[in-house]
Design a protein around this ligand. Structure first.
Ligand code: BTN
Length: 254
């Protein structure tokens, strides 16, 4: 009988689920500050993956913390060395598509992508992506809320948080989920290396959570129009002007 809440993401548990290039090597720590730090400056090459069952200083976007109770989440970082002709920050969106597809297959529901890095299920954020770039190396971190109960989720996040458990009522095994995520990420990454963001845009555009919603961008009210083919988001300002925005904090009026 499996024990999804406690089974950990050790290499013994996960290696049987690794089917592609990503996860070689597979670095596992029962606890660490951040899986990003297992790879940043490591000198390892593309496909190296760092995983833990608990982060003591998990990093979110815009300097925010990423917090989880031990053994509830998928916390993984992947080292990537994209070709110079590609725009590395697009990898957040590429990874979000991969995570969304695996969440759909796991839950039977349809997830969406909240530009630029959140995966949403039933209007709740269930996963976040962080890309940290140094030279031509990207360390791409993925955090998925899997088995947190409602009480275990942070209540003070700008976007309301959910987990696969709170949204489906079912606990999920994390090791096969991580294996599926790494394989889907590899597939999407390879497509992006070949053809840029255009190659995943169909999936991305179809999952655009903010499209048509009233938002604030860095505090200023606007309406989100759509994610553009180059990865920026098009917004309509309160003055009726269309703008393409590269980065910033978007909050939506629920
Ligand atoms: C965000 O939504 O703000 C991004 C969250 C990214 C969290 C993941 S968990 C694994 C990796 N290690 C970290 O410290 N952060 C990323």
């Amino acid at each position: 009988m499996s024990t999804p809440t406690t089974a950990s993401l050790t290499s013994e548990a996960v290696e049987p689920h690794l089917r592609g290039r990503f996860g070689k090597p597979y670095l596992y720590e029962p606890e660490c500050e951040s899986t990003q730090l297992l790879l940043l400056g490591s000198g390892l090459s593309e496909g190296a993956v760092g995983v833990t069952d608990h982060q003591t200083r998990g990093r979110g976007r815009l300097g925010r913390p990423w917090v989880e109770p031990s053994g509830t989440s998928v916390l993984a970082s992947v080292l990537l060395q994209p070709p110079p002709e590609r725009n590395a920050p697009e990898l957040s969106l590429v990874a979000a598509v991969a995570v969304a597809q695996v969440i759909d297959r796991t839950t039977g529901l349809t997830s969406q992508i909240k530009w630029p890095n959140d995966v949403m299920l039933n209007r709740r954020k269930v996963a976040g992506i962080l890309t940290e770039l140094s030279d031509r190396t990207v360390v791409l971190g993925i955090g998925v809320n899997v088995n947190q109960t409602r009480e275990q989720l942070p209540s003070d996040t700008p976007t309301p948080a959910g987990s696969l458990l709170t949204l489906t009522g079912t606990r999920h095994e994390r090791a096969p989920l991580l294996g599926a995520l790494l394989l889907e990420l590899e597939r999407m990454y390879d497509a992006w290396r070949e053809g840029g963001l255009d190659s995943v845009y169909g999936e991305l555009g179809a999952r655009d959570f903010l499209r048509g919603r009233r938002i604030t961008l860095d505090g200023a009210p606007a309406t989100a129009v759509q994610i553009l083919r180059d990865g920026r988001i098009e917004i309509e300002t309160a003055a009726g002007e269309l703008r393409a925005v590269e980065s910033g904090e978007v909050l939506y009026a629920a």
